[in-house]
Ligand binder design. Structure first.
Ligand SMILES: Nc1ncnc2c1ncn2[C@@H]1O[C@H](COP(=O)(O)OP(=O)(O)OP(=O)(O)O)[C@@H](O)[C@H]1O
Ligand SMILES: [Mg+2]
Length: 426
């Protein structure tokens, strides 16, 4: 169990990188070894080879790397190049985080391509082997889904005009405001969160959004763009067709295999945040969203902090999720990655109980009165003992003694590999 970073316990405002609002400048590609092209959904057990030239010429040349398309790509503008799975492209330039300028070796067209749709032949092969290995281990039909392109275009920046969005139907409403389904440029499906006016200042929001924008992980919801120049501020994210994990859990009964798979994915996303020394503050099944093949992505990272000013009185706010919150957080407002670990334990109970409200039969007040003195949620019926043990360890009173997400991920992963089969066979 790793020591708690002093930084986690500090609830002062984090410094963020400056907010980019303009055009993404093209730069000649000089690649550090650790940034070589990689397949989009790597597992942590696989490192792609990183042998690439230091600088690639900007026009077709034998020295440029060749990549192979893993998915079909339909361009959204004339600046982008169409390709089909299996096509070969030559990479010319790096243009921001998500896009490359490329030359199509078949159609001879030059333009932008989303880099997560292609892979070097060697990394593609290794990824396929890794995917098959994991799917076999956890006995889950892991299908490779189309990757997400975080930046909507190579040159849009991430402050976009609200006129490029077409509003569809309302998906739901939470503490921050309404969430709508929509499209960007009539093509890309997106979710649009309209932040309730006055819930936070534009500066506060942009500070936090700048951090959110740097996050790229297969289990963290992609933030595509913001419209922050008017009220209400709009946050444009990846659209997740199956909605909140809480509703998914309540809508059907899943086998234990799938439940472990859900928990492992959330732990994987939290492990990524932990590595970046970031805190979620509102981890719960309502803030995990579900896509194809039961893929789970953590959403609403960091937003909770903005609702909680220094004068914010947790105990008097009806909306405050007491049952998910560690005692040091609801008593002393001390949020850290270790209070996220506590919430993760509660989220595991939501998963195993098909989305039941935690601490059945207890009021929020009772939880606030009893949990700081050692009361813990009981093991729900049908919950495998080792699964409950992992959750229980997340509720250790001394936060330094709670496991890290690294540890939790490994425990769940090993659990999924070695123990869970028997639970579904019963
Ligand atoms: N990216 C998305 N894709 C699809 N549905 C979404 C997306 N984001 C939110 N939703 C839907 O909108 C609902 C409301 O989300 P919202 O984040 O505003 O509130 P919440 O998660 O229920 O509570 P909280 O205020 O704690 O975040 C969700 O329950 C979900 O059904
Ligand atoms: Mg939410």
């Amino acid at each position: 169990m790793g020591p708690l970073h002093a930084k986690f316990a500090n609830r002062g405002r984090r410094k963020s990188t400056s907010v980019s609002t303009g055009v993404v400048a093209e730069e000649t590609w000089s690649i550090p070894r650790d940034r070589a092209p990689t397949a989009p959904s790597q597992t942590r057990h696989y490192e792609p080879p990183a042998a690439t030239p230091e600088t690639w010429p900007c026009k077709p040349s034998v020295a440029n790397p060749i990549v192979k398309a893993m998915f079909d790509f339909v361009p959204r503008s004339s600046a982008e190049v169409a390709f089909s799975k299996g096509d070969r492209l030559e990479i010319l330039l790096k243009c921001g985080e998500d896009w490359w300028r490329a030359y199509h070796l078949g159609t001879k067209e030059t333009g932008y391509i989303p880099k997560s749709y292609v892979a070097s032949a060697s990394s593609l092969e290794s990824q396929e082997v890794a995917d098959l290995h994991i799917a076999a281990q956890i006995q889950y039909p892991a299908r490779r889904t189309e990757p997400v392109i975080n930046d909507l275009t190579p040159d849009s920046g991430w402050e976009i005009s609200p006129h490029t969005l077409q509003l569809g139907h309302q998906l739901g409403e939470g503490s921050f405001g309404e969430v709508w389904y929509g499209t960007w440029n009539n093509v890309v499906p997106v979710a649009i969160k309209r932040l309730r006016s006055g819930s936070m200042t534009r500066e506060q929001f942009l500070d936090e959004a700048a951090i959110m924008k740097t996050l790229r992980h297969k289990h963290i919801l992609a933030l595509h763009a913001v419209c922050s120049l008017q009220e209400p501020i709009l946050i444009v994210t990846e659209y997740m067709p199956y909605g909140a994990l809480l509703d998914v859990l309540r809508g059907a009964t899943y086998p234990m295999t799938s439940k472990i798979y859900m928990a492992t994915q959330v732990a994987d996303g939290m492990l990524y945040l932990e590595g970046k020394q970031l805190i979620h503050r509102d981890l719960a099944a309502r803030n995990v969203l579900v896509g194809e093949s039961l893929i789970c992505k953590i959403s609403d990272f960091g937003l909770a902090r903005l609702l909680q000013s220094d004068e914010y009185d947790i105990t008097s706010d009806q909306r405050f999720p007491v049952k998910w919150t560690a005692p040091e957080a609801f008593l002393k407002n001390c949020f850290s990655i270790k209070s996220d670990v506590w919430s993760f334990g509660i989220l595991m109970m939501e998963i195993v109980t098909d989305g039941a409200i935690p601490y059945p039969g207890m009021t929020k007040r009772q939880v606030m009165d009893e949990v700081p003195y050692g009361y813990r949620m009981k093991k729900p019926p049908n919950c495998p003992e080792p699964f409950y043990e992992i959750a229980f360890s997340c509720w250790t009173h001394n936060m330094d003694d709670r496991p890290s997400f690294d540890h939790i991920y490994d425990a769940l992963y090993n659990f999924s590999v070695y123990s869970e089969r028997s639970y579904d066979v019963q």
